[in-house]
Design a protein around this ligand. Structure first.
Ligand SMILES: [Zn+2]
Length: 467
């Protein structure tokens, strides 16, 4: 047996890089094994919305692990809600005057069908140092890592001054009903670490860590229905007003309208730092120019023309669905469209709906907010205490890797806290190649080389924020 194959018996069998790079690091045999064990067991539990939803069993899996790790059973609450459940587990700190640190995640996953996947999505498989299965990256692995790290902290004899609450919602991917309940229950928190946001990028060729992003803000998701109705009539006798034509005119206006360019401290810093990793020189130049001056028209035009950048410079609204008419030979009595918006932090859904009304400028076009499960949320502040703790933790786990703030275009559980005034940050220490990002998609995966540095990072971060 060679040394390499001996190493391959350990959890971190994978690329030569991960084995060598981590060999000098501290190891956590129990916590490393537990991370993989919990992640695999969680993936095997089909926690998908609807018939046969087993999210409650994932809650029990994590709850039992915490109890075995020293938590009082009375400090673990598992609450069923509709076909799902959520878990809140408390580790009491010695100083009751300090507001708790909340560690947040979710247990549900997006549907995955056996016939679409190369492997059964609900049978975890480890191959060449990579864990495959639905939830491997979003976010059962990250949940298992956070739970195992907390248990490790307790195993090492740590006693927090500040109470640590770990909570996992049960419907983040769908209705977010449990997410809203949890945020309301924990709105007294000092701050929230969302382990389902942020993360690092690995170089496609070498697999070396390139940079790590943390998420401090997210855009608000909104859907508006545009609708034109009239009495219609026979198509041989057209009326001056036509519902389809009126709606089309409104859609043309929406399609060409640009919301004002905006920036906040997080996106300003993002453009400045991420420019170094842009693959096209014109995009890199535009990112730097926009960071320095959000009114730079040339930079703005370049960024708006790039689908991966346009969402970072302001609110976007785009028609996504269309319907109308009821017969080939009848004037349409109804025409409708859905406008999907991603609203820049700092604006309400009402404000953007009113702006769309001004753009369309036709009282015959009725606009209604039909958004489900989304609230507007402000960007979280760049807190020096958090930044210091995060920089130190990342420095221990991945020395020299640059840290870049980011604003997400979608919605996570963080918005439910931010909307209540509790700062929340996506701080996952998991790294992957862009080409390996299969969250919500096929053959979802995560690298086991994330385990050891992930534990190093969490031990440092959790300690610094609660000691
Ligand atoms: Zn997620």
């Amino acid at each position: 047996m060679t040394l390499k194959s001996l190493l391959c018996l350990s959890l971190l069998c994978g690329s030569a890089l991960s084995v060598e790079a981590l060999a000098k690091d501290t190891s956590y045999p129990a916590a490393e094994a537990q991370t993989l064990d919990l992640a695999q067991k969680a993936i095997a539990i089909r926690s998908v919305r609807g018939e046969g939803n087993r999210t409650g069993e994932v809650a029990k899996l994590f709850g039992d692990a915490l109890i075995a790790g020293g938590w009082n059973a009375s400090d673990i609450e598992i609450t069923p809600v509709d076909d799902t459940a959520f878990i809140v587990a408390t580790w009491k700190g010695s100083d009751p005057t300090l507001k708790p640190l909340v560690i947040s995640g979710h247990m549900d996953v997006v549907e995955a069908r056996r016939e679409d996947w190369e492997r059964d999505p609900f049978v975890p498989v480890v191959e060449d140092g990579i864990l495959y299965g639905r939830g491997a990256s979003d976010m059962k692995f990250d949940g298992a890592l956070a739970v195992s790290s907390l248990i490790e902290l307790r195993r090492q004899g740590y006693k927090p001054r500040r109470t640590i609450v770990i909570e996992f919602s049960g419907d983040e991917e769908t209705t977010m009903k449990t997410s809203a309940i949890i945020a309301e229950k924990l709105k007294n928190a000092e701050l929230v670490i969302n382990v389902d946001g942020g993360g690092g990028a690995l170089d496609e060729a070498t697999g070396k860590p390139l940079y790590w992003t943390w998420q401090g803000a997210e855009k608000t998701y909104a859907d508006y229905r545009l609708e034109v109705t009239n009495p219609g009539g026979h198509s041989s006798a057209p009326r001056p007003d036509n519902a389809i034509v009126q709606l089309s005119q409104a859609l043309l206006k929406v399609g060409t309208y640009k919301f004002k360019a905006e920036q906040n401290p997080i996106t300003k810093d993002y453009f400045q730092k991420a420019a170094a990793f842009a693959d096209k020189p014109d995009i890199a130049a535009a990112m730097r120019a926009f960071s320095a001056n959000p009114n730079d028209a040339k930079a703005l035009a370049t960024l708006r023309a790039d689908p991966s950048m346009v969402g970072k410079v302001g609110t976007t609204c785009v028609p996504t669905m269309l319907g109308g008419g009821h017969a080939e030979n009848a004037l349409p009595q109804r025409a409708f469209a859905n406008i999907n918006c991603r609203i820049f932090p700092g604006h309400t859904k009402e404000e953007i709906m009113a702006e769309l009304g001004t753009v369309i400028a036709d009282p015959a076009v009725r606009i209604t907010d039909v958004t489900l499960g989304s609230v507007a949320s402000p960007a979280s502040p760049l807190r020096p205490d958090l930044m210091t703790a995060v920089t130190k933790a990342m420095g221990k786990a991945y020395p020299g890797v640059p840290l870049i703030p980011s604003q997400a275009s979608g919605a996570s559980d963080s918005m439910w806290f931010r909307t209540l005034g509790v700062p929340s940050y996506g701080l996952s220490p998991s790294f992957s190649k862009d080409s390996e990002d299969f969250a919500h998609g096929l053959n979802e995966r995560t690298r086991l080389s994330n385990i050891r540095p992930g534990i190093t990072y969490y031990l440092s971060l959790f300690t610094d924020l609660t000691k």
